[in-house]
Design a protein around this ligand. Sequence first.
Ligand code: PGA
Length: 253
Amino acid sequence: MNPKRIPIIAGNWKMNKTTGEAKDLAAKLAPLVTGVKDREIVLGPPFTALHAVASAVKGTNISLAAQNMHWEDKGAFTGEISAEMLLDSGCKYVIIGHSERRQYFGETDETVNKKMKQALKKGLFPIMCVGETLTEREAGKLNEIISRQVSGGRKEIAADDMKKVVIAYEPVWAIGTGKTATPEQAQEVHALIRQKVKELYTGGIAEGLRIQYGGSVTPDNVSSLMAKPDIDGALVGGASLKPESFAALVNFK
Ligand code: PGA
């Protein structure tokens, strides 16, 4: 953590929770995190529950993220969701390029970049995910992969817009596996990401950039991760699905 950057703790619910379950989770969470002002709290329900969660968190310190979006304004793109629809559903953030989308749904740096540009143009704040697979790490390609994903994803994004971007470092081998990167491993890559952004932007953009860690974050390991100087938050899957554990993450010491 760095006092200049407000920590951002976001829950990525993935393909979990019906509308009723989502409303219930949000309603139970809200009182557990009231009064938290020094960190940002974000929930990422599935599309179908966005509206319901938006009303459940209205007037609280919790904001809303979508898990994906399309890069076009509107039209014949069956099954897709536009930025405008997300805004209309109460979203402030949108998660872009999650490794599950890259792995199972053919997302590339190019599609990530198109979505990033569209999100920013429409007024959404993107959370852009990057991360290497175990094979890539073991082949010594960590640096290359992370640099390529960072620079490809933010291609043609102006400095002013870059200020609105959050990057999430999520090593693919740590997602949903219970294998968290050690705080040292995470810090090393966070510093690398910040350095890469520093090469691409001047004017304090890299210093202001918030970089979340994601991959088996739990109430037990969050504090040691957040103690590292370049870790500015967490993107949490499994442990965000229960109000008590997500509240414990938000309230890390
Ligand atoms: P996990 O998921 O916390 O369940 O590992 C993190 C993510 O994919 O965002």
